[in-house]
Design a protein around this ligand. Sequence first.
Ligand code: FES
Length: 180
Amino acid sequence: MPEIQFQGSSYSLDENENLLDGLLRQHARAPYSCRAGVCHSCMLRVTAGSVPAEAQSLLTPEQVKKGYILACQTRITEDLSLTLPTRDEVPGILTELKTISSTEVSIKVSTRLPFDVSIGEYITLVSDERLEASYPVTGCSEDLQTLACSITRSAGGSPFSAWIHSRARTGDHLIVIKKG
Ligand code: FES
């Protein structure tokens, strides 16, 4: 039976059991939402053991390089040690999208874990469609779980800003990455 080390506890999973199901069955506090590979809430980082390929098929090359997996997309065949994502990269949800002018929108993103960032620092936002761009933080809640940014659209601007200005909706999922 594969053994999973997660947040200081050990969990025995059945061979080929879904990782998220196996952790939740044993009352582990693993984050999740859609269970379908869409929201990225269940993203964990592998710290020991081999990363199952299908567990990374919906992630960006940068996330793959860092050893992230989606627990809801992972079937367990061998022992793994896992941690929650670091505070440098967290899943979030677009909670506000306000038109300021024809070329500027302000957005708010709520993150599932506190994200230690200050006003003026740059963050990278990654959409479900793998569009990404970096912006300075213009506001941050006291609990570090809501960030604000202002996004300008210009001719020849990034596909991410075009997406925010035309197709993004509140409730859309984003990954928030702290710029190194
Ligand atoms: S729970 Fe949404 S991607 Fe896994």
